[in-house]
Structure formats: structure tokens, C-alpha cells
Design a protein around this ligand. Structure first.
Ligand code: ADP
Ligand code: MG
Ligand code: MG
Ligand code: MG
Ligand code: MG
Length: 443
């Protein structure tokens, strides 16, 4: 699909759009909005909307602060729910310098760059199917999130246990109005936890979709008196929220991971790509699990990966190769959580995989047993390494991985690292309830 400026002008008239919301994403994956009245439409369409980049995390220093928003017309979309003061439409934008050149500190520009490199290598698309999970908590009397879950449901439960079902159904309806192709939505393993899967699209669309998805989920949840959070591990003792990433490389209309001629019907390139993900797994963790809390999810016993391994049958490892073949041939990376900046995560994953293809890396044998039940010595004999266990260790792994660093480019790498170093430093200084419970009386 290609939407033109004229299509947008027509839509504004026909739908009586009153506000334009210009969206982009900062280094931490947070959606930023500039909302302007529709009188500014021509300025928006002409790439002339300026904003102060120095107020955005990870962007620029004060002395070069003015930046421009270049809307991607293909992201034109009407929000179905905000009709009180006229309709609101949004455009996802790229950030450019005042001279018009793309700003390399914009995560979306960076993904566009990485995708272009991939196309120059002869691939047509990197397809991504995300499986975001989230919790629904009750809002208190003041409209603030409480830590009270809104149901006691569990995996694939139905009403009346699943009281979030109405809310989830509403979310799905709104998403469909906005053009999402929702493949499935269900209650997850933990109480109050849900998953909504939408159909795979190519990398840039998928990243845009993930950002829009989070916005829709939070907005609709509030209408139901609920608070939706994508925090990876809001409660200890129950499963955390992940965002499995399903992926495949296409050449023309063909899935390049599929090869009917091999025993497994996986192409050699699929295996090289898989090996690239494994080889760079530790550094990728910094991007895919970018918060202190991410590492509270990556622990044994809650279906989240802890070890660097892959399997065709088992759901405990880092990478699973689902049984689907043909167009559906794909790899599923199960470590990613929804705090990941999707533009950075997808760029890093793609470069790690392509590095595997370029260097013809081969993966270790598949591990089709439960890795958690193995002895340490057994894991060692099978060359099974750990994922980083803290944000600090993940950032150190990123520092040592030139491929994943290059996937971000120097500007984004530096601002990502600066931001995460600060986060870790702040966390180190905090003292938790757990520590007081353990030590206050014991010592
Ligand atoms: P799971 O079995 O892990 O729960 P789901 O069925 O929930 O998996 O989600 C599978 C995801 O994989 C969907 O988003 C789907 O669109 C996506 N998918 C299917 N085929 C491909 C493909 N060729 N490339 C990338 N993603 C794909
Ligand atoms: Mg799923
Ligand atoms: Mg499924
Ligand atoms: Mg799930
Ligand atoms: Mg999955």
C-alpha cells in the first residue's frame, strides 16, 4: 500500500479529522507525541514540523536541538476512540535534522538503514510476528494503577474466571478497526495476564505495530477501569510478560528459511541465521531485555529462557523452531520482552542473523530436553552458556560485540549505553524489601 499526501487530505475532509498526532520513539522505546490541530496539515505534509530534540532522551545536546518530523504517509491511521473533540489521526514520523538529513539518533531511521542494507544484500523482507504479553491491574479510586489483579484466570480460561476478557475483546476490536490482523488473543498462564498475537509483517511495519499496539492496549484498558502494563515481571512468583519474536527472511515471494530438499526442510541459511542469533545472544540481551526488571523474568521455572540453546520441540530454550514449514517457516526468539525498543531490537536481531549467514556459522546441536533439569556439568559438556543474568552483565556483553553495536550505529549505541549505565547505577544504590527481610534481623 502507498498512501499519498492527497489521500491524507481526502481522509481529513471525509472523516472530519481535528487533530494530528505525530509519533516517534525515544531510545528507551517510549512513544513520543506532538499533537497539532488540523490547521497545520500542510506544514506536517511538507516535513516542516519542528520540535526540540534536546528534550528527548537519547537525542541531541542543547546546542543542536531543533529537529524536524518527516511523517511516513503509509502510517496514516484514525484513532477510532477519541471522538469528543473531533477525530484524531496519527502519523509515525522519522526525525531529521534541520538540513533535512535523517538523524542517526532516531531508532526508526536506524531500522530503515539496516533494512536497506539487507535489501542491498538481495533479500526482500525480514518478516516479524510478535507475541506481546501484558498484565491488567485494577485502577484505584484515584485512577492510579494498583497492584490488584483483575482476575484469577489462567491459560486459555474462559469467563467468568477471565474478567479481563471483555477488555481484551475490546482491544482486539479496536485493533481490527485500525487495520491490524489479529491472529489470536488469549489469557496467559499467570492471573491477570494476556497475550494478543497479530499477523507478521515486514520489519518496519512490525516495529510500528508494536508501538501502536501498546498505546491501544493502555488506552482501552483505562476505559475498563484497568491498567495495562508491559513491565516484564510486575509480580514475583508468577510468569512474567515476554514478547516472543517470530522471524523469517524472504527473497522475492519465497521464504528463504524454507528448503524442501533438506531433512529438516530448513535451509542452510536458516541454520546460519540461527547460529548468528546464538553467537550474539549475550549482546542481543542488552537490547531485547533493556530494563533492570527484565532480568527478574529471565529466571528458571517460569517458561522464560535462561540458557543459550535452541530446539525444534521444546519450549524452554532461547530459540524454538516451530514445526510450520513453507511460508510459515520461522525462528522464534523467546527472550525478548515488551520493554525492548522494537526498532532497536529488530535491527539488532537482523544484523546478528545476517552475520551468521555471512560467516556461515553453524549452530550447536539442538537441545530437545529440558535444560533446567540438566546438571551444570551436563550443560557444560553440551556447550550451553547462560544468558546474562543482570542488565549490567548484558551491557558488558554488548560492549564486546562489534556486530550488535554496529546494528545500532555509534550514536544510538552511545546514547543507549549512557542511559542504561545511569539506570544500573541508580538500581545499585537502592535497597529492596527482599534484602531487609533477609538480613535485618539475621545480622
Ligand atoms: P506460539 O505457538 O509461540 O504461541 P503464536 O501462534 O502465538 O505462536 O504466534 C505466531 C506468530 O508467528 C504470529 O504472529 C504469526 O503471524 C507469526 N508468523 C507466522 N509465520 C511467520 C513467518 N514466516 N515469519 C515471521 N512470523 C511468522
Ligand atoms: Mg503465542
Ligand atoms: Mg499460539
Ligand atoms: Mg505467551
Ligand atoms: Mg511464542
Amino acid at each position: 500500500k502507498t498512501i499519498t499526501a492527497d489521500d491524507i487530505r481526502t481522509s481529513v475532509k471525509e472523516e472530519n479529522v481535528q487533530f494530528l498526532r505525530l509519533m516517534f520513539t525515544d531510545i528507551n522505546g517510549i512513544i513520543k507525541n506532538v499533537e497539532v490541530p488540523v490547521s497545520q496539515l500542510e506544514k506536517v505534509l511538507a516535513n516542516k514540523m519542528a520540535f526540540d530534540g534536546s528534550s528527548i532522551d537519547g537525542f541531541v545536546r542543547i546546542e543542536e536541538s531543533d529537529m524536524l518530523l518527516f511523517p511516513d504517509f503509509n502510517t496514516w491511521l484514525l484513532f477510532p476512540w477519541e471522538n469528543d473533540h473531533g477525530k484524531v489521526a496519527r502519523l509515525i514520523c522519522s526525525v531529521h535534522r534541520m538540513d533535512g538529513t535523517p538523524f542517526e539518533g532516531d531508532p526508526r531511521n536506524n531500522l530503515v538503514r539496516v533494512i536497506q542494507d539487507m535489501k542491498d544484500d538481495g533479500y526482500s523482507a525480514f518478516n516479524i510476528g510478535p507475541e506481546p504479553e501484558f498484565f491488567l491491574f485494577k485502577l484505584d479510586e484515584n485512577g492510579e494503577p494498583s497492584m490488584q489483579l483483575n482476575d484469577k484466570g489462567s491459560y486459555f480460561d474462559f469467563a467468568p474466571l477471565d474478567m479481563g476478557e471483555n477488555c481484551r475483546r475490546d482491544i482486539v476490536l479496536e485493533l481490527e478497526k485500525m487495520g491490524f490482523e489479529v491472529e489470536a488473543s488469549h489469557h496467559e498462564v499467570a492471573p491477570g495476564q494476556h497475550e494478543i498475537d497479530f499477523r507478521y509483517t515486514d520489519a518496519l511495519d512490525a516495529a510500528d505495530h508494536i508501538q501502536t499496539f501498546k498505546l491501544v492496549v493502555k488506552t482501552i484498558a483505562r476505559k475498563h477501569g484497568l491498567y495495562a502494563t508491559f513491565m516484564p515481571k510486575p509480580l514475583h512468583g508468577i510468569n512474567g510478560s515476554g514478547m516472543h519474536i517470530n522471524m523469517s527472511l524472504f527473497k522475492g515471494e519465497k521464504n528463504f528459511f524454507f528448503d524442501p530438499e533438506t531433512d529438516t526442510q530448513l535451509s542452510d541459511s536458516a541454520m546460519h541465521f540461527l547460529a548468528g542469533l546464538l553467537a550474539h545472544a549475550r549482546a542481543l540481551t542488552a537490547i531485547n531485555n533493556p530494563t533492570v526488571n527484565s532480568y527478574k523474568r529471565l529466571v528458571p521455572g517460569f517458561e522464560a529462557p535462561v540458557y543459550i540453546a535452541w530446539s525444534g520441540t521444546n519450549r524452554s530454550p532461547l530459540i524454538r523452531v516451530p514445526l510450520a514449514r513453507g511460508l510459515g517457516t520461522r525462528l522464534e526468539l523467546r527472550s525478548v520482552d515488551p520493554t525492548a525498543n522494537p526498532y532497536l531490537a529488530i535491527a539488532a536481531i537482523l544484523e546478528a542473523g545476517l552475520d551468521g549467514i555471512e560467516n556461515k556459522l553453524t549452530p550447536e546441536e539442538a537441545v530437545d530436553r529440558n535444560i533446567y533439569r540438566m546438571q551444570d556439568s551436563e550443560r557444560k559438556a553440551n556447550h550451553i552458556q547462560d544468558l546474562p543474568s543482570t542488565l549490567h552483565n548484558a551491557i558488558k556483553a554488548l560492549e564486546d560485540d562489534p556486530v550488535v553495536k554496529a546494528a545500532l550505529g555509534p550514536h544510538l549505541y552511545q546514547s543507549f549505553k549512557d542511559s542504561k549505565d545511569l539506570e544500573w547505577a541508580a538500581y545499585r544504590q537502592s535497597v529492596s524489601e527482599w534484602e531487609r527481610d533477609q538480613y535485618l534481623e539475621l545480622y
